[in-house]
Design a protein around this ligand. Structure first.
Ligand code: NAD
Length: 322
């Protein structure tokens, strides 16, 4: 692996410096297929050794399995706690649905910390808030998270979800500095760049930007997406055509997609879901290659042409309407 270090970028006003490639741990919950415990631990170890310092999970991923696996893997690293940044989430659960109540999220963090074998998490996100009442998030959930911050269980507060309007709705209604980061997903990759329009607003608020799912949750890979993938048949077919085009040209769609997402420096970190040492190696190499040689613009333009009919198309999520 190249000696060039993985780029670190500031995360809003948090003072944290996150690796530009972050480790999405939902695959450790077997969300994208089988993963053995030893492969999960090896993937996390390899990621850390190659300069990835940011790891994201949730109690929702694999019915808490992702948090447990990540906890074991981080412990196995045997390095000081301040050398890695961990985010988990609250409010969305695979067993009980959604619960953004103050009582629920306060209980949730204690359970998460136990599974993760940690004393604190760097970031606690309210998970997929478009499924709840945004007014409850503003008036009840965020105040409860502020208390967790005071108690030292959480360093920073975030919100996540799919519709981009949720972020402005909440950020416009809380005092500046209350929400430290947002996590958007599937809105900054070759097929969908709608997050771009929100970046100046987020920057003006000093909010750190985490963009997840650069591979569109498996659409921009050479494998089939998981059965649960919510994209329309048109989006799936266009992504499949783009992947086939790349393969024919001896290129890899996942590498190009990750490089495309990493190119926007107003985004602090791109969270990729990883479950093997190979994926970690490929993704870190893609980032280093980008930093050294720049983007493969010729192939990217061709992929953009193939994806144009579905550009910026998404899918419904949650109960919130703008
Ligand atoms: P992703 O776009 O990162 O794709 C993950 C899939 O691509 C997995 O199947 C993975 O094994 C595969 N993959 C990874 N690297 C590859 C490579 N080099 N070549 C081929 N395949 C590769 O989607 P994701 O995992 O859903 O998103 C990343 C992370 O972001 C999640 O793990 C999670 O931590 C976070 N996330 C959060 C939310 C939310 O808060 N609502 C939503 C989506 C994702």
């Amino acid at each position: 692996m190249a000696a060039t270090p993985l780029e670190l970028r500031p995360l809003g006003n948090t003072g944290l410096k996150v690796s530009c490639v972050g480790f999405g741990a939902s695959p450790l919950g077997k969300v994208f297929g089988e993963v053995s415990e030893s492969d999960a631990i090896a993937a996390v170890r390899q990621a850390f050794s190659l300069g990835i310092n940011f790891f994201d999970t949730s109690p929702y991923y694999g019915r808490t399995l992702s948090e447990k696996m990540l906890g074991k893997a981080l412990k196995a690293l045997g390095v000081p706690r301040n050398e890695y940044i961990v985010s988990t989430k609250c409010g969305r659960y695979s067993t009980d649905g959604f619960d953004f109540s103050a009582e629920g999220v306060t209980r949730s963090i204690d359970e998460s910390l136990e599974r993760l074998q940690l004393d604190y998490v760097d970031i606690l996100h309210c998970h997929d808030i478009e499924f709840g009442s945004l007014d409850q998030i503003v008036n009840e959930t965020i105040p409860a998270l502020l208390k967790l911050k005071e108690a030292g269980k959480v360093k920073f507060i975030g919100i996540t979800g799919l519709p981009l309007g949720i972020f402005t709705y909440v950020l416009d209604r809380v005092p500046p500095g209350t929400i430290d980061v947002i996590m958007s997903y599937c809105h900054y990759s070759i097929n969908d760049t709608t997050l771009e329009d929100l970046l100046p607003y987020l920057k003006s608020k000093g909010v750190g930007v985490i963009s997840a799912s650069p591979l569109a949750m498996g659409l921009l890979t050479e494998s089939d997406p998981p059965d649960w993938h919510p994209a329309s048949p048109e989006i799936k077919a266009a992504c499949q055509a783009a992947a086939a085009y790349c393969k024919e040209k001896g290129k890899n769609i996942s590498k190009l997609a990750l490089q495309y997402s990493l190119s926007n420096k107003d985004i602090s970190t791109i969270l990729v879901g990883m479950k093997s040492v190979k994926e970690v190696n490929d993704n870190v190499s893609a980032a280093i290659e980008l930093a050294t040689f720049g983007k493969d613009q010729e192939t990217l333009s061709e992929i953009e042409r193939i994806l144009k009919p579905v550009k910026n198309q998404t899918w419904p999520s949650g109960i919130w309407q703008s």
